[in-house]
Design a protein around this ligand. Structure first.
Ligand code: NAD
Length: 252
């Protein structure tokens, strides 16, 4: 296999869920730049430059059909980036059962569903890798993010369990733990503030390195964990947070 960085994914096929926006879009672009054929599975894939497949990770039939359309199109599957996710605000009492079920179904069971559909194909790959987009919320103890934190804690645990289950099959499983990333998601949160520009400046100031993480920086970490360059790495969580986790700081 060619190990040079600019062609490290030549001949490989990747799925990126939630790949039409933000971190997922940057990851899809980064994998394609490295030579991968990339399928974007998203609720709304219309704007993607890659092979877009409409898919709801909360719907098993939708996930199975989407994975099948990718393997029908490209004949193989080597890399899965489980990135689709949604937010939830408030303390533990802020959300009723239906919202807990909805968020966990997308953020946690969505990872399991896509992986379950992908596994038979990944087992045939000589270079299989799964990268889950987790969050510093998994371990930071963020205020006013109880449900979201619980969902990302489960993604971290699932990453470790999947890594143990599948390493003997040659499938590596890792996750990235981003801090606060400059994506449409964060732009939506900022736009609801009374003074979005002042809120953005305050958010920047709360980051150890004085700015938000870029989606491309997270995509670089995802690409590393997806590539043969990390061929002996499985069951890790790579922080991309400006040093926040190392400093035991919280973004809020
Ligand atoms: P985003 O809102 O910009 O993009 C999310 C994408 O996921 C969208 O294209 C959306 O259509 C898609 N999506 C949502 N629900 C889906 C579903 N049920 N099925 C398929 N696709 C679905 O968000 P982002 O900021 O790029 O976040 C992406 C991931 O990164 C999420 O898992 C999020 O939890 C995680 N994350 C984000 C940040 C941040 O600060 N932005 C920090 C840590 C972790």
């Amino acid at each position: 296999m060619n190990m040079s960085a600019d062609a490290e994914f030549d001949g490989l096929v990747a799925i990126v869920t939630g790949g039409a926006s933000g971190i997922g879009a940057a990851a899809a672009d980064r994998l394609a730049a490295g030579g991968a054929q990339v399928a974007v599975l998203d609720l709304n894939p219309a704007g993607t430059a890659h092979f877009g497949v409409e898919c709801n990770v909360a719907d098993d039939a939708s996930v199975r059909a989407a994975v099948e359309s990718v393997t029908n199109r490209f004949g193989r599957l080597d890399i899965v980036v489980n990135n689709a996710g949604i937010g939830a605000a408030g303390d533990v009492a802020a959300n009723e059962d239906d919202e807990w079920t909805r968020v966990l179904d997308i953020n946690v069971v969505g990872v399991a569903r896509v992986t379950r559909a992908a596994l038979p194909h990944l087992r045939r790959s000589p270079s299989a890798a799964i990268v889950n987009t987790c969050s510093i919320a998994a371990t930071a103890g963020l205020p006013q993010r109880a449900l979201y934190s619980a969902s990302k804690g489960a993604v971290l645990s699932l990453t470790l369990a999947m890594a143990a289950d599948h390493i003997r099959e040659g499938i590596r499983v890792n996750c990235v733990n981003p801090g606060t990333v400059d994506t449409p998601w964060v732009a939506r949160l900022l736009s609801s503030a009374a003074d979005p520009e002042a809120e953005r400046a305050a958010l920047n100031a709360r980051q150890p390195h004085g700015r938000l993480v870029s989606a491309e920086e997270v995509a670089g970490a995802i690409a590393y964990l997806a590539s043969p360059r990390s061929g002996s790495t499985s069951g890790t969580a790579l922080a991309v947070d400006g040093g926040m986790q190392g400093l035991r700081l919280r973004p809020l």
